[in-house]
Design a protein around this ligand. Sequence first.
Ligand code: GLP
Length: 261
Amino acid sequence: MEVIVVERPEDAAPIVADAYSRLLAAKPDAVLGLATGSTPLGVYDELVRRYEAGELTFASARAFLLDEYVGLPADHPERYRAFIERVFTGRVDLRPDAVQGPDGLAEDLSAAGVAYDAAIREAGGIDLQILGIGADGHLAFNMPMSSLTGRTRLKTLTPKTRLDNARFFDDDLDQVPRHCLTQGLGTIMESRHAVMLGFGLNKAQAVRECVEGAVSARWPASVLQLHPHATVVVDAEAASQLTFREYYRTTYDGKPDWQGI
Ligand code: GLP
């Protein structure tokens, strides 16, 4: 696991965007794993900027979302499929039919989870998976005590997550879905490169536990310690509880530019 400590969240965007630029230059039809939440927005903005500047094209790429609410109508603005289109995929030249998310409107949700994992496999697997981290260490909607080897499946949202997300539903808890389909930690672990971002003091404990603590379902993102190519990019606040933060800084500062992340 490579840990990169930057000063501010905006310093992370070019570092992560460089990973996309390198990947797409080498493999224009790369498969991208996309995350919702506020954390990756700076990276998406930087990718859009590079696309508009003619530095990057996604024309042959494909993308898979991490998760989706169950039961929100197809035209609901808070569906993750709609969210990602607003903040990223609709702003670059990714073909709309090249972007997929778990089908939260499927009649058979278990079958939809299995089909989603199969679709990722058929696309050749995810080359670059971007991830945020929850304050309790969750990845996608894999909350504490989720299986470390789970696949895409139906999950019940915790009261805390529903409360946190009520701000996107007119602060009306009744409007917040109770269930979701989420890639499992096992699915996420099959990505070839996993890049997890964490910003702000409220992520500091989760970052400490997941990066330097024991691998445990108690802190789901700790599973990334077992990933052969995981990169964690955190700002100074989120890194504030890391014992080895100076070591991470020195190591990254001494890395040759051509190596990338
Ligand atoms: C949700 C998403 C996660 C995301 C998390 C943190 O639960 N399903 O993928 O990482 O929120 O959100 P934020 O990035 O807004 O802090």
